[in-house]
Design a protein around this ligand. Structure first.
Ligand code: PLP
Length: 432
C-alpha cells in the first residue's frame, strides 16, 4: 500500500505544492492531505483504505452524492458514443433548456468549461455591451482566478491570506473596484464617483467563499437597482449557489428576492454533475453580443463536451424537490449539531447558513459575520484542530475555514450519525 505521505511527497516533487488547486494542500490546517482514490454516495476512500463521510462534495457539484447511478449511466452512454465531436450536438441545448426552465432571466446560455471561464467571459461581455471598463466586486467574494477578479478574493486567496495575486498587472487591478460586502453606502459612493465608467457589478448570489455570509435583506435587489440606474450590468455569480440553494425554487439564490433578474448569471459545479462544465446565461439581447452573433469573442475546444453535458443533464433531471428537501433537512441537522457541540465546549462562534450551504466562524459572535473584514477577524487558529479531529473520526471537511460545507441527497442517517458523533470531540479540540 502506498501511503498518503508517500503520494504527497511524490506529488510535491513534480507539482507545485503537490496539488492542482491550492486549498487541497492542507496549507491552512496543516498535516498531510488524504489522497482519495474512490467516492461513492456520501463517502470518500483514500489510498490507505480509510473511508470518510464527505462534506466537500467535490467543492459543490455532488448534489446527488458520488456515483449516482443515473449520472454514471448517462456518462457511460455518452462515452460509448464518443468522447467529443468538436461540433454541435443535441445534449448542449438539452442542458441549456433545463437551466432556462428553472431560472427566470436565463434566456440564452453559453457553455464553458469552468466557473472561472464563465465569470471571465461574463465580464468581457459586460464590457463589450456597455463600452465601459470598470468592474465592481465585493471583498471576500470569489469569482475564479481570472486576473481582474483576484482582488480581495475569497476561497484559496483568503485561505492563504493573500491580498491578491502576483502576476496581476496594475492596469488590470485598477479596473476592478472592491467594495465591502453588504455595504450599500460604499456601493452608492463608488457609483457616485465612477458611475459612467462602470460596466458591471459582479456578486456571489450568496457569498460562500469567505465562509457563508448572508446577504442583508434587500442587498441583492439594491445592486440590481443601482446598476440599472447607472446603465451598468449586474452579474449574479451562481457557480456555487446555482441549483443548490433552494429556499425559493429550484434555482440559485436569486429566487430569494422576487421581482427582478440580473442581466447575467454564471453557473458551474452542480450543472456539470461532477465533470468540467459551467455556463453563462442571461437576457437574449445581452447574450447575443457573444460571437458568432455578436462582437464579443468566446470559444472553447471542450465547451459543451458531450460527456460533461450528459452528467449535467442527468444531474439536473434528478435534482427534484425531494432532493432539495433532503439536503436542506440534513444540512440543518448537521448545522444544529455543530452549534450544539461548540456551545457545549464553550467555543464562541457563529454558524453562517443560507439554505443548505453553511460554514462556521470562530470567535465572531460579538460582530456576526456580515462582510470580509468580519470573516478575516475570526479565530482561524481553531479550525485546524477542529478539522483534524473530524478527519481522525472519519469526516472530511473542507480544509479551510473560509469554505462552505456541502451535503448531498446521498447523506443518509448513517452518514449524518457519523458526523454528529465526531462533532463533540472536534469542538473540544477547537476549544484548546
Ligand atoms: N464563482 C464562484 C462563486 C465560485 O465559488 C467558484 C469556485 O469555487 C468560481 C466562480 C470558479 O469556478 P471554477 O473553480 O470552476 O473555476
Amino acid at each position: 500500500m502506498t501511503t498518503n505521505q508517500e503520494l504527497f511527497d511524490t506529488a510535491r516533487e513534480i507539482m507545485p505544492g503537490g496539488v492542482s488547486s491550492p486549498v487541497r494542500a492542507f496549507g491552512s490546517v496543516g498535516g498531510t492531505p488524504a489522497f482519495m482514490v474512490s467516492a461513492d454516495g456520501p463517502y470518500l476512500t483514500d489510498a490507505e483504505g480509510t473511508q470518510y463521510v464527505d462534506l466537500v462534495g467535490s467543492w459543490g457539484p455532488a448534489l446527488l452524492g458520488h456515483k449516482h447511478p443515473a449520472v454514471i449511466k448517462a456518462v457511460h452512454d455518452a462515452v460509448d458514443a464518443g468522447l467529443g465531436f468538436g461540433t454541435s450536438h443535441p445534449s448542449e441545448a438539452r442542458l441549456a433548456e433545463l437551466v432556462r426552465r428553472r431560472v427566470p432571466g436565463a434566456e440564452m446560455i453559453r457553455m464553458v468549461s469552468t466557473g472561472t471561464e464563465a465569470t471571465m467571459t461574463a465580464i468581457r461581455l459586460a464590457r463589450g455591451v456597455t463600452g465601459r471598463n470598470i468592474v465592481v466586486k465585493f471583498a471576500g467574494c470569489y469569482h475564479g482566478h481570472s486576473d481582474g477578479l483576484l482582488a480581495a478574493a475569497g476561497s484559496g486567496v483568503a485561505t492563504l491570506g493573500l491580498p491578491g495575486s502576483a502576476g496581476v498587472t496594475e492596469a488590470q487591478a485598477s479596473e476592478t473596484i472592491v467594495v465591502e460586502y453588504n455595504d450599500r453606502a460604499a456601493l452608492e459612493a463608488v457609483f457616485a464617483e465612477h458611475g459612467e465608467h462602470i460596466a458591471a457589478v459582479i456578486t456571489e448570489a450568496t457569498p460562500a467563499n469567505m465562509g457563508v455570509v448572508v446577504p442583508e435583506a434587500g442587498f441583492n435587489s439594491f445592486i440590481r437597482e443601482i446598476t440599472q440606474r447607472h446603465g451598468a450590468l449586474m452579474i449574479f455569480d451562481e457557480v456555487m449557489t446555482g441549483f443548490r440553494i433552494t429556499e425559493a425554487g429550484y434555482w440559485g439564490a436569486s429566487g430569494r428576492v422576487e421581482g427582478w433578474e440580473p442581466d447575467l448569471f454564471t453557473f458551474g459545479k452542480v450543472i456539470g454533475g461532477g465533470l468540467p462544465t459551467a455556463a453563462l446565461a442571461g437576457r437574449r439581447e445581452v447574450m447575443e453580443h457573444l460571437a458568432p452573433t455578436g462582437p464579443v469573442y468566446h470559444a472553447g475546444t471542450l465547451s459543451g463536451n458531450p460527456v460533461a453535458m450528459a452528467a449535467g443533464v442527468a444531474t439536473l433531471e434528478h435534482a427534484t424537490a425531494g432532493v432539495y428537501a433532503h439536503v436542506d433537512q440534513k444540512a440543518q441537522i448537521v448545522a444544529d449539531g455543530v452549534t450544539a457541540a461548540l456551545s457545549e465546549a464553550g467555543v464562541d462562534h457563529t454558524l453562517q447558513k443560507v439554505g443548505s450551504l453553511f460554514s462556521v466562524a470562530f470567535g465572531t459572535s460579538a460582530t456576526g459575520v456580515h462582510n470580509y473584514a468580519h470573516a478575516q477577524a475570526q479565530e482561524t487558529f481553531r479550525y485546524g484542530p477542529f478539522f483534524h479531529a473530524m478527519l481522525d473520526a472519519g469526516v472530511y471537511l473542507p480544509p479551510s475555514v473560509f469554505e462552505a460545507w456541502f451535503l448531498s441527497s446521498a447523506h443518509d442517517d448513517a452518514a449524518i450519525g457519523r458526523i454528529l458523533e465526531a462533532l463533540p470531540g472536534a469542538a473540544k479540540a477547537a476549544a484548546q
